[in-house]
Design a protein around this ligand. Structure first.
Ligand code: NAP
Ligand code: MG
Length: 491
């Protein structure tokens, strides 16, 4: 029973079964029955029915549920860690130290933020009227999340939406639905009314597309590929839904000649290999000054070779498998094509022995690829870093911006002027200086260009999940108001 609708678990109406596979071993973790159109309709109806009273709950009441949820999540952390690791192949260390604490912090943040929704000052912008702004919930949110960070994505989608008084139907990626279901269950334990959060486990092109097109949905929020993102945009046009899209990235990692090379090398390793490179902000294109290019490449290669690719339960494991065999094969095929036009400095292989049954791939460093080659332009979403040389600062910025994406970027320099220019000139939703990856609940995450639009996390997410209403009061109490004479004169 893997559909969570109106506070109840039920079996998917499609009748089609799917095994959730642990990509570290190939073993089935659980079998789910996928949602059909009827589940989507039912979930949207439940969310619609739950909306008026949840929207009318006080900020304090909503905050209380989120605070309780954060505490319950902390108590249940180990169950979540195991489920998340099993369905994605993530190392337990990563889940315990990154995914879970990040999610708890998000919940705590939105518990506080729920009580701090603000609007413009109530004031007299005309002498005869008092204006005020109401910041109101939008209604039913239809959300679709990807498989790279299932738990954190459930948090990013659900928490700001419900903190602001909306109700939601979330469709997680079908290969990783388990922690989204747990999330909804824990929210229920925390006192969330039935129907406020509903989880549909189904295929993207069926249940996902039906949710995006549904006339009972007021806003769609999607994280995933650019290709599907475009279909979401089209579906939203049907009833003019509000849209929030997070469509991945191809983050540049710019290393100027005055940078601390050791810091940049470590930053590149962590920034490119986090979550086995399945991170939309991951460092994918190291753009390195020609004078330090070879030193940088040699150091990253050395660190890459020391990375322990291993089983998720092993404390010594640095990176686990990719999230699925299909995805591992896609990554391997891209690297194989790159062999024809670039140099694979290290990696580019699937480990054998104990790891042979899993969807593993070794950290892969690539040099000599042209700026317009596939490996430099397209999202690989795996443990792969391409290094490109540059000669001038202008060229570095041009290379950094030579991508349809604009989600995240970093600049490595000890020169304050360079860092200021780089952070101004690189087109991205986030630019780090002398680091790459850290995210915090208080700050927005979201892209520009074909990385999409709209912000996750932070109070900026409320700009997505609320709408402002102008309320204007006449304060003269007169029947024939001054401005009426423009229309008709009192005779
Ligand atoms: P995807 O197809 O865009 O999947 C993301 C989500 O969209 C999943 O929940 C998927 O459902 C759903 N979906 C698929 N087709 C849909 C449709 N027609 N209408 C509505 N929803 C639909 O991404 P993918 O195929 O898993 O991965 C492909 C590439 O996307 C990756 O290699 C990576 O480059 C990029 N990606 C980016 C992010 C990111 O964080 N921005 C995350 C994941 C992937 P089902 O999977 O259940 O069918
Ligand atoms: Mg897909």
């Amino acid at each position: 029973m893997h559909q969570f609708i109106d506070g109840q678990f039920q079996t998917g109406a499609s009748g089609r079964k799917l095994d959730i596979i642990n990509p570290a071993t190939g073993e089935s973790v659980e079998t789910v029955t996928l949602a059909g159109r009827a589940d989507v309709d039912q979930a949207v109806a439940a969310a619609r029915a739950a909306f008026p009273s949840w929207a009318a709950a006080t900020p304090g009441e909503r905050s209380t549920v989120l605070s309780r949820f954060a505490r319950l999540l902390a108590e249940q952390a180990e169950d979540y860690a195991v489920a998340e690791s099993r369905q994605t192949g993530k190392p337990l260390r990563l889940v315990r130290e990154f995914d879970i604490p990040g999610t708890i912090d998000n919940a705590d943040f939105f518990a506080g933020a729920a009580r701090n929704l603000e609007g413009k000052a109530t004031a007299e912008y005309s002498p005869d009227h008092t204006s005020s702004i109401r910041r109101e919930a939008i209604g039913v949110i239809g959300s679709i999340s990807p498989w790279n960070y299932p738990l954190q994505m459930a948090a990013w989608k659900i928490l700001p939406a419900i903190a602001a008084g909306n109700t939601i139907v979330l469709k997680p990626a079908q290969i990783t639905p388990l922690t989204s279901l747990m999330f909804a269950r824990t929210l229920q334990e925390a006192g969330l009314p039935d129907g406020v959060v509903n989880i549909i486990v189904g295929d993207g092109s069926e249940a996902g597309a039906a949710l995006m097109r549904h006339p009972g949905v007021d806003m769609v929020s999607f994280t995933g590929s650019t290709t599907v993102g475009r279909t979401v945009l089209e579906a939203a046009a049907i009833n003019s839904k509000r849209v929030h899209l997070e469509l991945g990235g191809k983050a540049p990692f710019v290393v100027f000649d005055d940078a601390d090379i050791e810091a940049a090398a470590h930053g590149a390793v962590a920034g490119s290999l986090i979550n086995t490179g399945q991170d939309c902000t991951a460092a994918t294109r190291a753009i390195v000054h020609r004078s330090i290019h070879d030193t940088f490449v040699a150091r990253v290669a050395e660190l890459y070779r020391d990375i322990r690719v291993g089983l998720p339960d092993d404390e010594d494991t640095d990176i686990g498998p990719l999230a699925s065999y299909a995805h591992r094969d896609r990554v391997a095929a891209m690297v194989d094509r790159a062999r024809n036009y670039a140099t694979i400095v290290t990696g580019g292989s699937t480990p054998g022995d104990l790891l042979a049954p899993g969807a593993f791939y070794t950290p892969t460093l690539i040099t000599g690829a042209a700026p317009d080659s596939e490996i430099v332009r397209d999202e690989v979403f795996g443990p792969v870093l391409a290094v490109l040389p540059f000669d001038s600062d202008d060229e570095a910025i041009a290379l950094a911006n030579d991508t349809p994406y604009g989600l995240a970027a970093s600049a490595w320099t000890r020169d304050v002027y360079r860092s200021l220019r780089a952070t101004r000139d690189i087109k991205a939703g986030c630019v780090w200086v002398n680091d790459h990856i850290p995210i915090i609940s208080e700050m927005p995450h979201g892209g520009v260009k074909e990385s999409g639009f709209g912000k996750d996390m932070s109070t900026y997410s409320f700009d997505e999940y609320t709408q402002v209403k102008h309320v204007m009061f006449d304060i003269t109490g007169t029947a024939h108001k001054d401005w009426h004479r423009t229309i008709y004169k009192l005779r």
